[in-house]
Ligand binder design. Structure first.
Ligand code: RI2
Length: 324
């Protein structure tokens, strides 16, 4: 896929899910680098920095996207020639892709240990990390049953029930507003994450916070499955995670919305679940209480914490004097 095709695919949600868009962005950076014909390092760096910015801007909430782009770009910035930069981008990109796939597998193994034989689970949206936990538990022979939500307006629940069905997992498909009706039957909520803040708050598909609140009411545990590259380093400095609001047409399409001139359709894609409603975050480096998010950012992301306090992020290096 070219850079432009990748941007369209991520923005239009043909490729979605926080982990998948991070991997696709890295693939796009690698092929964009390989396609550059210049041997002038400044021009090369500028082209890559602009590509990085374009990719990061496609969807604003999933922190996995800027984190993954940063890993590749940081490697490029250490190079002194174009061939070296290309090699570094390729190597760092490939390492990220395999570490990311490995992380999902590892999360599945760890998460499955928190699922007991006979458990009734509830999941929301379509998270490959959350599904990895559920599927691993099932493959270990645990008899589980799942409630999966529809996920208005994009209907990602359909992807989830298709995956669960393919594994032969007993699944109940419910509309989003039926969560409280069924919560009494649920032992464990398992969801993914688009971002985890330093205070342990989890940003995930809209509706997750209501589900967590309902789970809290019935003392049902909430487990979040999130790779370490979904933790948001700049929240240490008070930066808020932007919540994407998508086109109202996704909620109410066509003629009917045009006949209601006084109605504005609001379509936030994500919400924030405070740490107190989350029991556990399962990462590839272990399961942690949400309050330990700072340690993941400090010890496992490999970011220069000090460098993060700069005003503009990501830094645009190499395009000085050029128009963006
Ligand atoms: P994985 C998704 O966002 C959902 O919010 C899901 O829970 C989250 O990404 C994590 O997904 P969207 O792209 O990375 O559907 O675990 O808006 O697959």
């Amino acid at each position: 896929m070219t850079l432009e095709e990748t941007v369209v695919a991520i923005r239009g949600m043909e490729v979605r899910g926080a982990g998948r868009i991070a991997r696709l962005a890295v693939e796009a950076l690698c092929s964009h680098a390989a396609a550059q014909e210049t041997y002038d390092l400044a021009s090369f760096r500028c082209a890559m920095e602009q590509a990085a910015r374009t990719l990061i801007a496609t969807r604003p909430t999933a922190v996995s996207l800027p984190n993954a782009v940063h890993v590749v770009m940081a490697a490029m910035r250490r190079a002194t020639t174009v061939p070296e930069a290309k090699t570094r981008i390729h190597d760092e990109g490939s390492a990220f892709l395999s570490a990311s796939r490995e992380a999902v597998k590892k999360i599945g193994e760890i998460g499955a240990r928190h699922i007991r034989d006979g458990d009734v689970l509830l999941t929301h949206c379509n998270s490959e990390a959350a599904l990895a936990c559920i599927i691993a538990a099932h493959r270990e022979g645990k008899r589980i049953e799942v409630y999966a939500t529809e996920v208005r307006p994009r209907g990602q629940g359909l992807l989830t029930i298709t995956a669960l069905n393919a594994e032969g997992i007993r699944t109940n498909y419910i509309v989003d507003s039926a969560v409280r009706f069924f919560m009494q039957k649920v032992d464990l909520v398992v969801v993914g994450a688009d971002a985890v803040a330093v205070n342990g708050a989890v940003v995930n598909k809209i509706g997750t916070s209501q589900i967590a609140l309902t789970a809290h009411e019935t003392r049902t545990s909430v487990m979040v499955a999130a790779e370490t590259y979904k933790f948001a380093p700049r929240t240490i400095f008070g930066e808020q995670i932007a919540i994407e609001e998508r086109d109202g047409e996704e909620v109410l399409a066509g003629e009917i919305s045009r006949t209601l001139p006084h109605v504005t359709v609001r379509n936030p894609s994500f919400d924030v679940t405070p740490a107190e409603y989350i029991d556990l975050i399962v990462t590839e480096v272990g399961a942690i209480p949400p309050q330990m998010a700072y340690l993941v950012i400090r010890d496992h992301l490999g970011w220069e914490i000090g460098a993060l306090s700069g005003k503009t992020w990501p830094p645009l290096v190499g395009c000085e004097g050029r128009s963006e």
